[in-house]
Design a binder for this molecule. Sequence first.
Ligand SMILES: NC(=O)c1ccc[n+]([C@@H]2O[C@H](COP(=O)([O-])OP(=O)(O)OC[C@H]3O[C@@H](n4cnc5c(N)ncnc54)[C@H](OP(=O)(O)O)[C@@H]3O)[C@@H](O)[C@H]2O)c1
Length: 321
Amino acid sequence: MNQKVVLITGCSSGIGLSLAVRIAKDEKKRFMVYATMRNVSRGAALVEAAGKTLGRTLEIKQLDVCDEKSIKACVDSLPERKVDILISNAGMGLIGPIECQTIDEMKTVMDTNFFGLVRLLQEVLPDMKKRKKGHIVVISSVMGIQGILFNDVYAASKFAVEGFCESLAVQALRFNLNISLIEPGPVITEFERKVFEEGMKVDLSKADKVTADMFTNIYLKNYSQIFETLGQTPEDIAEHTLKIITMDNPPFRHQTNTLYTPMTTLKYADPNGDLPIDTFYKMVFEHDKVFNASLNFLKMLRWRSRKSFTIDKDKDKDKAS
Ligand SMILES: NC(=O)c1ccc[n+]([C@@H]2O[C@H](COP(=O)([O-])OP(=O)(O)OC[C@H]3O[C@@H](n4cnc5c(N)ncnc54)[C@H](OP(=O)(O)O)[C@@H]3O)[C@@H](O)[C@H]2O)c1
């Protein structure tokens, strides 16, 4: 059978892990997945989740997106160096006031999230162009469209990814190649935990009192609730991505979270750019009680819809038995 070769980065946890497993478990066995990670000793969770697909439709390989040699070695090790679908997923976050971050910390985020993608494409794109076949899928973020308080550098890295892909997409079309940006809102993964724990450790001594207070008592205080209320699972993102890679004409942008769409729509509604900034400002500083009440309301709605979904499933089971 003519299986499509899928190369995915950052598969030791979260979205990358779920993607690798979901695509490898495709019912029609349409894909051969090369699930890569920078440190293969962190592969236990993937090995367990992959189950019987390991060695059949899934293979684990080493790839560090910050190291050109490791990318080349990985691509060279594939049969005919062929990648039909490249999923650039590896990434990291950074939160806090910029006066409390070092330039080196910021460079690491840009190096991973933006230059990591550039390095991958330098290795894979020329072959795709020669074959006039290929799909580049990038796990971006809604923060690639809209900046969020105290995510300045992370959002900048995802804006860079989006600008880069938007420019490249026109050239890619000339070679019959597709590029798709997957734009999740919050997703409950290691990312959330790591970013929050790092955020709690930020040395705020270089920030003024107002900024430090805003970060601790507004941003960090609401962080977990936002993830709990709006957060999707990595499996949700994997389902969305599977749909995108199996479409004949995949879209350039795909947002995974409809709860988030009204916020990103504001961006397009006002060419001056003031509308989303004013709205976020009012939400955070003037209508914080309404904002919190809305989050609680959304949380309840999601809980109810999950509950009714479970009940419906149980009813179906009862009918079947
Ligand atoms: N979680 C969210 O709320 C969210 C929302 C929107 C978009 N995203 C994006 O989704 C992607 C995956 O994030 P996640 O939520 O699944 O977080 P995660 O669980 O922390 O996974 C990140 C993955 O990237 C890997 N990675 C980091 N630096 C790397 C490098 N230099 N080379 C290769 N792999 C590297 C990590 O490997 P190690 O285990 O070795 O660190 C890990 O496997 C990221 O691009 C992120 O920006 C996440």
